[in-house]
Ligand binder design. Structure first.
Ligand code: FES
Length: 561
């Protein structure tokens, strides 16, 4: 446990060695009495361009007030955010996953360069949260993540709507299943204001699981963006940060193998996004912890899927608060022995101590969370598949609602946009396994999400009749029989590059195999004839990304040799 003096040593060092730094701090308005106070970087991904981030600069001001009230100096800086909702289905999506690593790099850079004593990240979209946590793990200075909060649902003609409603309306339009007026009505009313996409999609998955991991205050993931509790949470952050500084609790005290397991347990119980697999692999690597796809499968094997939340279910994240929030779900899982209670959290207490103060889940008056004894599915919905199509792994989302196996004929899309054209021409038919390739981290580049294709398939009424496999990713909003993160990716000559139209493919969640039914000799012949495509970018951020990114089975990290 460090003393307060240790924490103050940075500013004393600055005073002795860098009078310019002192002068600049006076220049930004600090007074002499501020010079010995801890300096806390407040990283905001706020920007006006999308609902997930539009309010974060405002929340950062509340965070700063709490820091000031606790006799510290809060200094707000901004980093970037890329909205997956807005980039899905277009080439901008290439930048989405890389933005996670830019966020990590930028927070690491500012906090380390300015030598802040601690960091608070105010974040609100899919990549912002893992990016911020990766930076916290690298820096290992006291840190807290504040989630911007989920959006409220939209409404049109008595239906509750969210971002996926807008994508699925497009599929209905292709299939002539929606009038022009209703299409417009859905688009104009799906997003009523600030907050992250409202189902158990990637943002809410990461917020809930990072809270379970202990890096945000209890209820951070449960308060909607417009709930008064969100502002209150921001104001409490100052006291929490002061406590972390005094106890010298740093992210690597909180991010441990056990707390990663807690996070992934919650992902499985809630039916969270497959992106969580990718991001927790990356967070673990940033913290120098061993975590593999097989560890994720082991958790999936023992944790039932118990939440009737969108995308596959009925309810929204905003509904969780009314039944006790994420802490109530965690408390229930802890009472059943599924959560490690001895992990430290940013409250300075153990998770078990935090959960002792959480409300109890009541199974009599709510239908969102099912008892573990009568789950939606006996094991987790995230399944790691291997086989001759995915020798180093793939990530499937199988809720069981679509069945556990699929056997069908390959239909190749060299780019995700092709499926939209094929659907509109009626070329995608029941029994097809649509293969979208060249969408991996290097080949895409950027490992795009396939929300537009999967929503279009749903909207066209083919959701339970076809399967979709890819070396790209799926949005947390995706549902249906889908397998993503296939490795090695097509760009690297993985077997997915060698599949042809009409090949028979079997997806089997029971045996966890993804198989293309061709002989080893045939596979070898095709491989011998395969020519690696030229990278789509050689310069700029995407050119560098292609050269540095690891495979999806290694979390797509970019900072390793
Ligand atoms: Fe930001 Fe969905 S686009 S949370």
């Amino acid at each position: 446990m460090a003393t307060e003096l240790n924490r103050f040593s940075k500013t004393l060092t600055q005073e002795v060695t860098n009078p310019a730094a002192q002068a600049m701090l006076y220049g930004i308005g600090l007074k002499e009495e501020d010079m010995a106070k801890p300096q806390i970087g407040i990283a905001s991904t706020g920007y006006e361009g999308n609902p997930c981030n539009m309010h974060l600069n405002g929340l950062s001001v509340y965070v700063k007030q709490g820091i000031t009230a606790n006799n510290m100096v809060g200094l707000i800086f901004n980093t970037i955010g890329v909205s997956d909702g807005m980039t899905n289905g277009n080439d901008g999506m290439r930048y989405s996953l890389p933005s996670r690593d830019i966020i990590a790099d930028s927070i690491e850079t500012v906090v380390a360069a300015q030598w802040y004593d601690g960091v608070i990240a105010v974040v609100g979209c899919d990549k912002n949260m893992p990016g911020a946590v990766m930076a916290m793990a690298r820096l290992d200075r006291p840190a807290i993540m504040v989630y911007g909060g989920t959006i409220r649902s939209g409404h049109y003609k008595g239906q509750k709507l969210d971002i996926v409603s807008a994508f699925e309306a497009l599929g209905k339009k292709f299939a002539n299943n929606i009038s022009d007026e209703d299409y417009k009505g859905v688009i104009q009313n799906s997003i009523p204001g600030q907050g992250a996409c409202g189902g158990m999609y990637t943002a809410n998955t990461m917020a809930a699981s990072i809270e379970a991991m202990g890096l945000s205050l209890p209820f951070s993931s449960s308060y909607p963006a417009t709930h008064e509790g969100k502002q209150e949470e921001c104001k409490k952050i100052g006291a929490a940060m002061k406590n972390l500084l005094e106890l010298n609790i740093t992210p690597r005290d909180i991010i441990t193998k056990k707390s990663l397991e807690n996070a992934l347990t919650l992902v499985m119980a809630l039916g969270g996004s497959t992106n969580a697999a990718l991001h927790f692999l990356a967070i673990a690597r940033a913290a120098d912890l061993p975590l593999t796809l097989d560890d994720i499968q082991a958790i999936s094997n023992k944790v039932p899927f118990i939440a009737d939340l969108k995308p596959s279910g009925k309810y929204f994240m905003e509904d969780i608060l009314a039944i006790g929030g994420v802490p109530a779900v965690m408390k229930y899982l802890y009472s059943k022995g599924m959560i490690h209670g001895d992990c430290l959290t940013v409250t300075g207490k153990t998770l078990a101590e935090d959960l002792a103060e959480a409300p109890d889940l009541n199974f009599e008056n709510q239908k969102i969370i099912f008892p573990l004894e009568t789950p939606i599915k006996e094991s987790g919905h995230i399944q790691i598949l291997y086989g001759n199509l995915a020798p180093t792994g793939s990530v499937a989302k199988i809720t069981g609602k679509e069945g556990l196996t699929f056997d069908g004929e390959a239909k190749i899309c060299e780019h995700e946009t092709e499926i939209i054209t094929m659907l509109s021409k009626g070329e995608i038919k029941a029994g097809h396994v649509v293969v979208i390739r060249n969408a991996g981290p290097k080949g895409g580049p950027g490992m795009s999400e396939m929300l537009k294709p999967t929503s279009a398939v749903m909207g066209a009424g083919l959701g339970d009749k076809i399967a979709l496999i890819t070396d790209g990713r799926f949005s947390g909003g995706t549902h249906g029989f889908v397998v993503g993160h296939i490795t090695p990716e097509a760009f690297d000559g993985g077997p997915i590059a060698l599949v042809k139209d009409g090949d028979r493919i079997t997806i089997d969640a029971n045996t966890r195999q993804l198989i293309v039914h061709i002989s080893n000799e045939e596979m070898a012949e095709r491989k011998a004839a395969w020519i690696q495509p030229e990278p789509k970018f050689t310069k700029g951020m995407l050119g560098r990304y292609i050269r540095t990114v690891k495979s999806a089975s290694e979390g797509c990290v970019t900072d390793e040799a």
